[in-house]
Design a protein around this ligand. Structure first.
Ligand code: ADP
Ligand code: ASP
Ligand code: MG
Length: 593
């Protein structure tokens, strides 16, 4: 018998009428002959209200008690949902995370799932009941209630679908699918028929809050097809699965994170271990680091820029001040009014000129790029908060995201097929002691690239666009691009190109630097690029730090770095590639699959 997991978000269970409407959807799926598991969020803004109550009492309420409090929201909607299904003449049973046996670690308010027991759910399903699971919660070894982090009911739903071997996980929400960008920010956003796991994973962590990013990690790891659709209609939504909507299209979607803060550590001595020294201090404060960009300066000193959530800025600056003193760096700057705009697409990995198109459009719109970080399938730029919406609209237009690609493959919900059956998934689960463990797929070494850097770039719109216009017209394929703010507000822009184009690229850049009043050019004819790829790369913030740590221990200097949801890329001294590969392989041995 087919098994469907249906998840209803906060707005979809905001009042009893909506709960009854959701119950009807569950009953209909049951009547169609499916076994049905329903995962519920707290009603409406209940979680927000509970948080407000806690903060009326204490600035920093104990995390354990926060979880006791927050988990009640989902228990309320679960019980009401079960009652609603009963009232429609069907059998249902509501269960809390603890009653199901969702075991997590003890990191209160952002716990990770360790294991899920299927026994109780299976028994109820076999008795013909609809199982209602409270989303977003579990218990730790000591039977303390834990929660999975804001938006975590998506993760509960996909995790249950994974362990039960469900045929599909339906996410019912207040939009009728995934759009090319948040339709609340840009009304011209387009409804997508499908999107790949990798693209959704990147978009979710780059600001597209329609799905909790960790739910996509589960979906990818266990091949769970997700159907995101509206609670308020029966229209077909968006399929999240392995394949993208239009494989030949460079960009699938765009996203915005409004409230970031940028920190730049200036003039860091360019020797092994310095990045590690900075980031380990911040990690010790449990602050998640977002965009990391580093590049070497002309004087053998490096500038390291990164972003954190605005709320974490004060603590971050304290940690950075310590690191600066310890390292003998020149100082640090920060900006608390910046936003990150990103484009994501599987297709850009195989096409040239995608970054150039984005930079050109932003330059025409007069938007200044403070930081740039690209990886295989995403390009992120940091812009001032005031320019955020313009920047998002500009890139959305530049890639014609409002129009459906001619090659778009439609989605027919009757043809959803799981590529992996339930037993297989369970076998994987037992292999992974902790279901949300970091999984490294591959560590690659690319020794074909050279690095070019242009220093002292004036802080005004259009420089990156000019550089990549010329590079691209010369037919040179650009791989990694990083730009960060440096000293005196001037930026450093570094990128990698094939070694065969090194001399040509260098000459081009030299001419350009003279015309554009930029500082000196630095370069390496050979740089070794290492890519650590897998699942959980950013949500396990330690990956970048472990990369820095192991390279520091091996005495290998990091020249360039960029991170994404599925990859950490570092550029190191061209002679040290094999050593770097060996030490990374040792460092991540236990996470390799
Ligand atoms: P729920 O309470 O059902 O979990 P959320 O508020 O978490 O709902 O997610 C739905 C919201 O996500 C939408 O209302 C929309 O504004 C926002 N959103 C952000 N990015 C996107 C996107 N790319 N496509 C669709 N919705 C998006
Ligand atoms: N109720 C929780 C929240 O608001 C979990 C969720 O809805 O996914 O974050
Ligand atoms: Mg949500």
């Amino acid at each position: 018998m087919t098994l469907i997991v249906q998840k209803f978000g906060g707005t979809s269970v905001a009042d009893t009428k909506k709960i009854l409407a959701a119950a009807r959807k569950a009953v209909r799926a049951r009547q169609d002959g499916n076994q049905v598991v329903v995962v519920v969020s707290a009603m409406g803004h209940n979680t927000d209200h509970l948080i407000e109550l806690a903060h009326e009492i204490a600035d920093e309420p104990p995390a354990r008690e926060m979880d006791m409090l927050l988990s009640t929201g989902e228990q309320v909607s679960g019980a009401l949902m079960a009652m609603a299904i009963h009232s429609l003449g069907h059998e249902a049973i509501s269960l809390t995370g603890a009653q199901i046996g969702i075991r997590t670690d003890s990191t209160h308010t952002k716990a990770r799932i360790k294991s899920i027991s299927t026994d109780r759910m299976r028994r109820a399903l076999d008795q013909g009941r609809i199982v209602i699971a409270a989303g977003f919660q579990g218990i730790d070894e000591e039977f303390n209630i834990t929660t999975l982090g804001r938006g975590g009911s998506d993760t509960t739903a996909v995790a249950l679908a994974a362990v039960l071997g469900a045929d599909v996980c339906e996410i019912y929400t207040d939009v009728d699918g995934v759009y090319t960008t948040d339709p609340r920010i840009l009304p011209e956003a387009r409804h997508m028929a499908r999107i790949s796991y990798d693209e959704m994973l990147e978009l979710a962590s780059l600001g597209a809050a329609v799905m909790h990013n960790r739910s996509i990690e589960f979906a990818k790891k266990f091949s769970v097809p997700i159907h995101v659709r509206s609670s308020f209609s029966d229209t077909v939504g968006t399929l999240i699965a392995t394949e993208p909507e239009a494989p030949d299209h460079p960009v699938a979607g765009a996203a915005l994170v409004k409230s970031e803060a940028r920190v730049t550590v200036l003039g860091v001595p360019d020797r092994p271990g310095t990045s590690y020294a900075v980031f380990s201090k911040i990690a010790a404060q449990l602050i998640p680091i977002d965009m990391i960009v580093q590049n070497v300066g002309a004087d053998g000193r490096a500038d390291i820029s990164f972003t954190v959530d605005k709320a974490d800025l004060a603590k971050t600056l304290a940690a950075v001040a310590e690191a600066v003193q310890q390292l003998g760096a020149e100082g640090f700057t920060h900006d608390e009014n910046v936003s990150k705009v990103s484009v994501v697409g599987l297709g850009m990995a195989r096409q040239t000129g995608v970054a150039r198109r984005m930079f050109r459009a932003l330059s025409m719109a007069g938007v200044n790029l403070q930081m740039i970080s690209t990886s295989e399938i995403k390009i992120s730029v940091l812009v001032s908060g005031a320019e955020a919406q313009t920047a998002l609209r500009t890139v959305h237009q530049a890639f014609h995201l409002e129009q459906a690609p001619a090659s778009a493959v439609a989605f027919d919900p009757r043809q959803i097929a799981r590529t992996r059956d339930g037993e297989d998934a369970l076998a994987i689960v037992s292999r992974l002691q902790q279901m949300e463990d970091l999984t490294i797929d591959d560590i690659e070494l690319d020794e074909t690239q050279a690095r070019l850097s242009i220093n002292g770039v004036p802080d005004r719109p259009g420089i990156a666009a000019a550089v990549f216009d010329e590079i691209s017209q010369a037919g040179i394929f650009v791989d990694m691009i990083v730009q960060s703010i440096g000293r005196e507000g001037r930026a450093n822009l570094s990128f990698t190109i094939p070694q065969s184009h090194y001399a040509q690229g260098l000459k081009l850049l030299d001419d350009l630097a003279q015309r554009m009043d930029c500082g000196p050019i630095t370069s390496s004819p050979k740089i070794a690029k290492l890519s650590v790829s897998g699942i959980g790369m950013r949500s396990h913030a330690g990956v970048a730090i472990r990369t820095f740590e192991c390279l520091a221990q091996a005495g290998i200097n990091v020249e360039m770095i960029n991170t994404s949801e599925v990859r950490v890329n570092v550029g190191v001294d061209g002679q040290r590639g094999p050593d770097a590969l060996a030490s990374l392989q040792r460092a991540f041995a236990e996470n390799q699959r």
